[in-house]
Ligand binder design. Structure first.
Ligand SMILES: NC(=O)c1ccc[n+]([C@@H]2O[C@H](COP(=O)([O-])OP(=O)(O)OC[C@H]3O[C@@H](n4cnc5c(N)ncnc54)[C@H](O)[C@@H]3O)[C@@H](O)[C@H]2O)c1
Length: 251
């Protein structure tokens, strides 16, 4: 099975921390050139040092994926800097504090939807413009186990991730005949800054215990799936919502 990404240009959003960072390092290890955006310049600088230490080539830009202008210039700069766009991993996403719907705020709704849903749409649109002209490409969206099941108190996050799953499947069908594959990864709970900042230690323990494998996932386990989907080894896959969740959604 060919898992090499040799010579491929892979773009990653929100690559400065957590799952995105692990995916960037895994893509570089598999031979890809990477273009990475984040809202944190500091995180991008640290990542660029790590990538160069691995012998990899990286382009970085500060870009908020909910801003159409910034997204447009990041994608154009990627092609200018690295020559093409073969794979686009739409990873950036945020959570909101857990609360039942009756206690949620309009500000949290707008914040979560503008990054998780609008931001993913904006990035898919830019990627598809480039990939349609190139007559091929590969898009991977970071959805969630909460694209398939629910968790009380996570209304906006869950709703946004169900929508990302819908957008993945709909767009995969629209572009399959044009040689563009579009899949999503649906991680279970993985210890990253996102989870650290959203839930208490008690909830973390509850989450770990609720996965049939009785533990949280690791960023590397999600990155392994991303490399597979980015590679030609997954050439007959499109429109798939790939669970990497220790059995959480099987329950
Ligand atoms: N950690 C989990 O358990 C888990 C589970 C399922 C799905 N996910 C999804 O995986 C993705 C990554 O999650 P994570 O846990 O690594 O999060 P994280 O908070 O640890 O890292 C996210 C990165 O994205 C960046 N970012 C945030 N908003 C951005 C924006 N508007 N534009 C550009 N960059 C932005 C952050 O600065 C950070 O570097 C998210 O889409 C998340 O919903 C995470």
């Amino acid at each position: 099975m060919e898992l090499s990404l040799d010579g491929k240009v892979v773009l990653v959003t929100g690559g400065g921390a957590g799952l995105g960072r692990a995916c960037v390092l895994a893509f570089v290890t598999a031979g890809a050139k990477v273009s990475v955006c984040d809202v944190s310049q500091e995180a991008l600088d640290a990542l660029a040092t790590e990538v160069r230490e691995l012998g990899g080539e990286i382009h970085t830009a500060v870009c908020d994926i909910s801003n159409a202008e910034q997204v447009g210039s990041f994608f154009r700069a990627t092609v200018d800097a690295l020559g093409s766009l073969d794979v686009c991993l739409n990873n950036a996403g945020i959570s909101a504090p857990l609360a039942p719907l009756g206690e949620t705020s309009e500000a949290d709704y707008d914040r979560v939807m503008s990054v998780n849903l609008k931001g993913t749409w904006l990035c898919m649109r830019e990627a598809l413009r480039i990939m349609t002209a190139a007559e091929g490409g590969n898009i991977i969206n970071m959805a969630s186990a909460l694209s398939k099941k629910t968790y009380p108190g996570s209304c906006f996050y869950t709703t946004s991730k169900f929508a990302v799953a819908g957008m993945t499947r709909n767009t995969a069908v629209e572009y399959a005949a044009q040689g563009i594959r579009i899949n999503a990864i649906c991680p279970g709970n993985v210890l990253t800054p996102l989870l650290e900042n959203t839930v208490s230690d008690e909830v973390k323990e509850h989450l770990a215990a609720s996965h049939p494998m009785k533990r949280l996932g690791t960023p590397q386990e999600i990155a392994n799936a991303a490399v597979f989907l980015a590679s030609d080894a997954s050439s007959f896959m499109t429109g798939a919502l790939v669970s990497v969740d220790g059995g959480w959604t099987a329950m």
